[in-house]
Design a protein around this ligand. Structure first.
Ligand code: PLP
Length: 318
């Protein structure tokens, strides 16, 4: 079945299709399966990453109501915030970022480098909040202005996920004969869009959703809630794992650093410590223990996040 999203307002912001790269040295290092990487980390605007696809639809909808300011939320090193800032710069919109300190790190690299550095560079107004109360109060003050649009954390709502419905159709056209797609799950919009896309395409492929913050049960509920707004999920083969979360969101694990080095040293591909690195760690574990078989062909969806790596510089280089 074809996926037709032409009825939804959309502003094209990225370079599509993103590349689907064969990774023979990574495949060999893990003893098979054939691994391909879908390079959504390299898609043009604002240093790349998964939020650009969601923002195309979110901005499309917001523009229809004539807004001049976008407000959104995230952690201090939010990739979604950084990409929203870049999109607003390109479109001449004011960007208000409400960032909450939700990761127990307070070194200069974490607080000043990586995404937060780029947020400022792209001209966003950055509001850093220590508590939930401060976050709510800041939002209420900003949203009281006229002509504002509010995008949710991670751009994950019924509109944002359309970006990953489109991505799934794009991937299907590039290579349909795969058995699994591996994606990270934070606010769940990416996985939900892929889940909905798989169902709309009637594609016999397993979605492996690797949690980076929530439990598997919480993530299943989030994915199902978002995806079922767009598609009937009956028959979806969804495998959710929280094995790679470790002590919590944004907190590195040895397995994550191992996966980061493996991708870097076999393929020259840069993962990030918070999302793609933990999803890769889950994938590596599944290959090593046979949950992903050596004869399979799988796609790792690289959702970006590379600026976040620099926020962890002291730990990686020290
Ligand atoms: C680099 C990166 N990968 C993956 C994700 C997870 O995507 P989602 O929030 O749609 O689950 C995020 C979300 O912030 C991200 O920044």
């Amino acid at each position: 079945m074809a996926v037709d999203l032409s009825g939804y307002p959309r502003v094209v912001l990225g370079q599509w299709p993103t590349a689907l790269e064969d990774c023979p040295r990574l495949t060999e290092a893990l003893g098979g399966p054939r691994i391909l990487v879908k390079r959504d980390d390299v898609n043009g605007l604002g240093v790349g990453g998964n939020k650009l696809r969601k923002l195309e639809f979110l901005i499309g909808e917001a523009r229809e109501s004539g807004v001049d300011t976008v407000i959104t939320f995230g952690a201090l090193q939010s990739n979604h915030a950084r990409q929203t800032a870049a999109v607003c710069a390109k479109l001449g919109l004011q960007c208000e970022l409400i960032l909450t300190k939700s990761v127990p790190r307070s070194d200069v690299a974490y607080e000043r480098s990586g995404n937060v550095l780029l947020d400022n560079l792209y001209g966003a107004n950055v509001h850093i909040c220590d508590t939930e109360e401060e976050t709510v109060a800041t939002y209420e003050r900003l949203a009281a202005r006229e002509k504002t649009a509010t995008f949710p954390v991670g751009g994950s709502n019924e509109t944002g996920i359309l970006g990953y419905v489109a991505a799934t159709a794009e991937l299907h056209a590039q290579l349909a004969s795969i058995s699994k797609i591996v994606v990270p799950v934070g606010s769940a919009g990416t996985a939900a869009g892929v889940a909905a896309g798989i169902c709309l395409l009637d594609w016999p492929v397993t979605l492996v959703a690797a949690c980076v913050s929530h439990t598997a049960d919480e993530s299943r509920a989030d994915i199902t809630r978002l995806a079922s707004a767009v598609a009937n999920l009956d028959g979806l083969d969804l495998l959710i794992t929280d094995r790679a979360v470790g002590p919590g969101y944004g907190i590195p694990t040895a397995e994550m650093w191992g996966a980061l080095r493996l991708f870097a040293r076999t393929e020259g591909i840069t993962l990030d410590p918070v999302y793609s690195g933990k999803a890769a760690a889950a994938m590596v574990d599944m290959i090593r223990n046979g949950e992903i078989g050596a004869d399979e062909t799988i796609v790792f969806l690289h959702t970006g996040g590379v600026p976040g790596l620099f926020a962890y510089a002291p730990e990686l280089t020290g």
